[in-house]
Design a protein. Sequence first.
Length: 640
Amino acid sequence: MPQYELNLRDYLRIFRKRRLAIIFTFVAVAAGSVIYYSRQPVIYSASATIKIEEHKTIAGLLTEWILYSPGDIMESEPKIIKGYTTIEKVARRLGMLDEQSSAEQINSIVGDLQERIQTERVEQTNMIRIITTADTAKEAMTMANTVAEVYIQESLAEKAKQARQTRQFIEDQLASLEDRSSQLEQRLRQFNYSNKDIKLAAPIEKKLTELEFQLAELMQKYTEKHPSVIQLRDQIKSMEAQIEGFSGQDLEYARLEREVEVNKKLYAMLKEKLEEARIAEAQKVGDISIVNPAVLPSSPVSGSRNMIILTGALMGLILGFAIAFIFETLDTSISTIEDVENVIKLPVLGVIPSIVDKAGRELSFISRFKERFLPEHKTDAQERATRLVAHFEPKSPTAEAYRNIHTNLKLNSSKKTILVTSSGPREGKSSCACNLSIVMAQTGLKVLLVSADLRRPSIAKTFGVKREPGLAELVTGASDLDAVLKNITDIMMGEINFEDVRKTPGIENIWILPSGHLPFNPPELLESKTVTALIDRFKSQFDVVIFDSPPVLPVTDASILGPKLDCTVLVYEIGRTSREALMRTKVQLESVGARIAGVILNHTKAQTEAIATYPYYQQKYRYYGKEEADTKKEEKAREG
């Protein structure tokens, strides 16, 4: 990364350079959000509020105030609403169950509905909120209202059931009391006929009668263990102890008369209770009412579709920027001219623009990616058009860049032999050597291009000449210099046709020394004294001698040739080779005594590599393109 603080241009450069990662992340996250949303069910929610009121009489409140607890009722009623019985009837009301439904189906549907229904008490009030969720707004509203209605009906049914049971109990008690009263009255009449002169203690008997009536009334409400019942029985026992002195007939008469009186009052009381029970059974007014019915929800609770997609797109954009910075941080290559000069302390001789196609358009990122990592098999003509761009397109920005490199090299009598190499393979060193030879030849210099790559040579194939005999035969003495040198005649007789050779002047100033037969020991061949003598001979016959050698790091050939030549030029492709490899290449060459003239940045894209030296060339390119197009039109017109 740069050793200076990033400014706005640096951020824009990073965004443009890593735009594919940003776009891919953005599209992936946005598409993932859409897919996730499409797979998630849309959930709507509706709620209905009910109020519970327990109607009590004053007598009931006074007698049952200990047992009355509205807090307990409000805690238990929400659970009753979600009870199995209520929810089963809701399912049947909604048509989810029928008479043919099996027990397993009923349990499954009821369980599902219980999960989709929530009940909660509204703060500290006597109201309960019923919340339902469903796939559609109408279904959610209908379910909430149905639950409230079924719960109210169940409450009314339970209340009617209790009233009916109360009425039946009172009717049974009245029937039993009538039978017992009839028997007692019959016995009392018979006793009066046989004991007309019996005198009783009227006040005591009357008091006992009242106490027994009160006892019978209390037994309608409480059990034997109730304090009031126990106290009243103690009073009765005390009154009975007072009349133990009476005769048996007196006691029997008093008892009969007392029971008859008690039965009369009890009968009257039960008749009154029976009427109240009949009224309670007949009335349809319940203790529960709907306060707020559920309405149709306007939007789902699962979230807005547009908001989810917008959020996903925003997150994808942010994540894309973050990944771009991560890639830039992890990128160990050098990305700017300033970095190259600051890191390796070498001048940048020139910048070769990115690859362009035959139509003059810059290749896309995908095309560059394929070119780098998945290279397609190219024909010899395609390879030749790329490697000899200075010849086939002399007015292109690329050709101008090579001319700029020629100027920056500042060649003179002490700098005539140049070694062109790189850190690793496929950085374009051979193309740079070929195009530098062409632009120098176009200036009138007599140029010799030596294919010193004795492992994977490409110079002979590029110019369409035979590879053998060449440098290997020259060094070993199998051939002399005149036999191995190739000139314009050999080029014209080779694979490049005559029209292509005539296209641009200057090619007649180039001589090519191919690699020849590939030896099994290139280092030993290059280390021979013959090579040194040949270099001196080349310098005496040619104005410029350019050697194309293998990369520095994989093999030692360049390290052997470097000290023998006047200067060395490193070709570096941004994004392919790490800065550590470039530093190691410099150290390796300097350690053997090579004189490094500078670095050529190859396949550089001005918009992404922070290089602002090409607007002029872009304009010139358009101008030249127009001129060439006009020339072609004129030629076609003349032919026609």
